[in-house]
Design a protein around this ligand. Structure first.
Ligand SMILES: Cc1ncc(COP(=O)(O)O)c(C=O)c1O
Length: 409
């Protein structure tokens, strides 16, 4: 008889006592087959057109709400041309790591551009946003230090904090932050608080001014990953730090080039000494091949945030319209204040069925289940972009109206 894996998650196959990797892979294959057969697997779906508001999957056109391409820059002609020009001038790859010959003037330019975007002078770039968190933290933290993490931070942050003292705080719970800061004061060479600006699954904001006050009171440093706030929040798209005018109160700003900036890669913006420390001590930066010349696309995208502010205005129109539409249908979207819209479903099987039904109706959204969110907090996550048209959003809202009735939400 076939095993029913509905109560399992990916995490259950990470470690099984006494079983080696091939044994786990075999069991995991059975899990995958079961979930695929039930239409409950929603990872690695193959899209055959570029990132955009409408994509094609399996020969079928669908409205897509799965990208973080907030300003639509993956498709901007000037951004694409900058990548082409970069490749024409320098070639397809960098050929080496920054330590030994793979460091070019376009990397220097990109570091200056992203530092300047955040009104600072110094930045280091990484080849992914993921490593800008995981690798920089592995370099910064020692076993004597303490990190205090919000429960909503990205998995790349967790990876960077694996071997250090770590306390996870209930999402945005200021009393919990204060309690831990109080207990740890003076006990570690470094106490580092790590938060997001905009949280990737809830779309809500960190209470940044209050957290800054607490960090100052208890002598902790602060890191803000604003991957989802950059290009979205703040008068000129500099994220939550701009919105809160906290330019001098954050010790490490991290983020990614894969969302608003339309390409791939990540960065850490900090003071000169810390940036230099990372440039020479962060192994994943130093000894892994550097970004390709196509990264010149990012330089153009950074410029376009200021040169063409109408993309951000279009994004905000869409955010307002979609939020009103979802709330008008009586759906629970929590406290989102960004371009991320999570519709809370609760149960993961129901969530998977809703996601599947939406695809049948021509809407591609993501189902988010444990371990990305807690067990009872499964949700459908949607992201709007500047390129969505009203007709797309109306169509999605119509689908939600059907889904609400069908699944009794
Ligand atoms: C908050 C946050 N930080 C970091 C990352 C990693 O960025 P990248 O996907 O560009 O590696 C992500 C990716 O989704 C994210 O949501």
């Amino acid at each position: 008889m076939k095993q029913n894996f509905d109560n399992n998650s990916f995490r259950d196959f990470e470690y099984i006592p006494g079983m080696d990797a091939w044994g786990r892979a075999k069991m995991f294959q059975a899990y995958l087959d079961d979930q695929l057969a039930k239409g409950q697997l929603n990872y690695r779906l193959v899209t055959s057109t570029g990132c955009g508001p409408v994509i094609e999957m399996g020969g079928k056109k669908m409205i897509s709400l799965v990208s973080n391409d907030y300003l639509g820059f993956t498709q901007h002609p000037l951004v694409k041309q900058a990548a082409v020009d970069g490749i024409s001038k320098y070639g397809a790859g960098a050929g080496a790591s920054p330590a030994i010959g793979g460091h070019y003037d376009y990397h220097e330019l990109l570091e200056k551009k992203i530092a300047g975007f955040f009104r600072k002078e110094h930045a280091i770039i990484y080849t992914t946003g993921y490593t800008s968190n995981s690798a920089s933290l592995q370099c910064i933290l020692t076993k004597d230090d303490l990190v205090i993490l919000d429960a909503g931070v990205h998995t790349s942050v967790l990876e960077g904090c694996q071997r250090v003292n770590r306390k996870t705080v209930r999402h945005n719970d200021l009393d919990a932050y204060e309690h831990i800061l109080q207990l740890s004061k003076g006990k570690h060479p470094l106490v580092l608080v790590i938060i997001d600006g905009v949280y990737s699954q809830d779309g809500d904001l960190a209470p940044l001014p209050e957290i800054i006050t607490l960090c100052k009171k208890y002598g902790a440093k602060l890191m803000v990953d604003d991957a989802h706030g950059t290009g979205v929040i703040g008068k000129t798209g500099r994220g939550l730090i701009e919105a809160c005018d906290a330019w001098n109160d954050v010790d490490l700003i991290t983020g990614t080039f894969s969302k608003t900036f339309g390409h791939i890669g990540g960065y850490v913006v900090a003071g000169k000494e810390m940036v230099n420390y990372l440039k020479y001590q962060s192994r994943q930066h130093l000894f892994s091949a550097s970004s390709t010349p196509a990264a010149l696309a990012i330089v153009k995208a950074i410029e376009l945030v200021d040169e063409q502010p109408y993309w951000m205005a279009a994004l905000h129109d869409n955010m307002d319209y979609f939020r009103h539409g979802l709330l008008g249908l009586g759906l629970n979207i929590g406290d989102t204040q960004s371009a991320i819209f999570p519709v809370r479903v609760g149960d993961k099987i129901k969530n998977a069925r809703i996601c599947h039904a939406m695809q049948q109706m021509g809407v591609y959204a993501n189902q988010i289940n444990y371990p990305a969110v807690s067990m009872k907090d499964a949700r459908i996550r949607m992201g709007v972009t500047a390129l969505h048209e009203r007709s797309h959003l109306d169509e999605v809202l119509n689908v939600w109206s059907d889904i609400k009735r069908q699944f009794k939400l």
